[in-house]
Design a protein around this ligand. Structure first.
Ligand SMILES: [Mg+2]
Length: 142
């Protein structure tokens, strides 16, 4: 089951989206600030995809993205933005975000992007596992 962390300062939005994703079989973790989200990621190494609001007080979306990518580079991030902050979301993609979505988001689009992001994370992790297995074999002299 895909594990997703939703970081957004609008609590009712988070609760509604979390319910909808839960119904579609996504395991959803919630955070209402960037810092909260970073803490949740440290406590839950199984998170594959982060859905991240661009506009938040305190740590904003871009700064949160930078910190996520610095400490959890394989976690895929989907930026959530309003019409006024699309450029920021695109900047986020230049800094490693997987994609972005405009609020209010269509569930089908969101599900599609979550599934693509989760697949990319899975492929990257599998390649690393394989490379590590090869390294062990090399060291053994196989
Ligand atoms: Mg916001």
């Amino acid at each position: 089951m895909t594990r997703v962390l939703l970081i957004d300062d609008e609590q009712p939005f988070v609760e509604t989206l979390a319910k909808r994703l839960d119904k579609r079989g996504i395991t959803i973790l919630k955070a209402f600030t960037g810092q909260d989200g970073l803490d949740v990621l440290v406590e839950n190494p199984g998170v594959e995809v982060v859905i991240l609001d661009v506009k938040m007080p305190g740590l904003d979306g871009i700064e949160t993205l930078r910190r996520i990518k610095a400490s959890h580079p394989l976690v895929e991030v989907i930026m959530l933005t309003g019409h006024g902050t699309v450029e920021t979301a695109i900047d986020g993609m230049k800094e490693g975000a997987f994609d972005y979505l405009l609020k209010p988001c269509e569930m089908d689009d969101l599900m599609q992007k979550i599934s693509e992001a989760s697949m990319r994370k899975g492929q990257a992790s599998a390649r690393i596992d394989e490379a590590e297995a090869q390294l062990i074999a090399l060291r053994r002299g196989d």
